[in-house]
Write a protein that binds this ligand. Structure first.
Ligand SMILES: NC(=O)c1ccc[n+]([C@@H]2O[C@H](COP(=O)([O-])OP(=O)(O)OC[C@H]3O[C@@H](n4cnc5c(N)ncnc54)[C@H](OP(=O)(O)O)[C@@H]3O)[C@@H](O)[C@H]2O)c1
Length: 211
């Protein structure tokens, strides 16, 4: 599959592209929002496309078979940008995916994402992510929603806890998250599933077999 990585220049997106570029059967296309970010990908032989989640995405999705959504407005922007990118941008990408050639869609969401979230310091973010997740789950796409806890830049452990619902909180490294996002792409047990993710004790393959 040609896999469009949305947010390819981000901390997690880069790790996802790194994994996909060496994949036996899949091929990444890096979606970035600035042409100055393209040489990083062309330098490693990876195709890229310039597109912005706040604008039409149809061209970026041309000829794409699968999407991994790893973009985000980031912690330093205001609530308006959270709505524009994490909610509306994500929904726009789902709509464009449905209209195009995409069959598989992997959403990087967040533990706690909930369209009705209230009373949490980042409820606006959790609502935005929850709204996008709900839209995806109601689509005709073959979707999987991966909801990690707090992300770290720690080295990969290769050991995770992946389950429909994990109580409590915790963290997971972006490197382990990237392994999960790519492994989920063609794991037969994952379509139409929402999976929480934390660091844990199982290899990714074991964790996927257990769900
Ligand atoms: N941080 C956490 O603890 C945590 C926990 C759970 C889930 N998450 C989620 O995990 C995901 C990845 O997080 P991260 O920290 O690895 O990401 P990141 O480093 O903040 O990267 C986000 C990427 O999204 C891109 N982006 C932002 N606005 C865009 C737009 N309008 N159009 C296209 N691309 C846009 C950015 O582009 P530029 O490179 O041009 O800036 C950047 O490459 C996010 O969805 C986040 O909500 C984070």
């Amino acid at each position: 599959m040609r896999v469009l990585v949305i947010g390819a220049n981000g901390a997690t997106g880069r790790l996802v592209v790194d994994r996909l570029k060496d994949h036996e059967v899949h091929e990444p296309v890096a979606m970035v929002r600035d042409s100055e970010q393209q040489p990083r990908f062309s330098g490693m032989g990876v195709a890229s496309v310039v597109a912005d989640l706040e604008r039409p995405l149809d061209e970026a999705l041309e000829g794409v078979d699968a999407v991994i959504f790893a973009a985000g407005s980031g912690g330093s922007t205001g609530p308006e940008q959270t709505l524009a990118v994490d909610r509306d941008g994500a929904v726009r990408s789902v709509v464009a995916a449905e209209a195009g050639t995409v069959s598989r869609y992997i959403m990087l969401s967040s533990m706690g994402a909930d369209p009705e979230s209230t009373g949490h310091p980042i409820s606006h973010y959790l609502r935005a992510k929850g709204w996008a997740d709900r839209h995806l789950a109601r689509s005709e796409l073959s979707w999987t929603i991966v909801r990690p806890g707090r992300l770290t830049d720690d080295p990969p452990t290769g050991r995770v806890n992946l389950a429909a619902r994990i109580e409590g909180s915790g963290s997971v490294s972006r490197a382990d998250l990237a392994e999960v996002l790519v492994a989920v792409l063609d794991h037969p047990g994952t379509p139409k599933r929402t999976l929480d993710l934390l660091e844990g004790s199982h290899t990714v393959d074991e964790a996927l077999e257990r769900i």
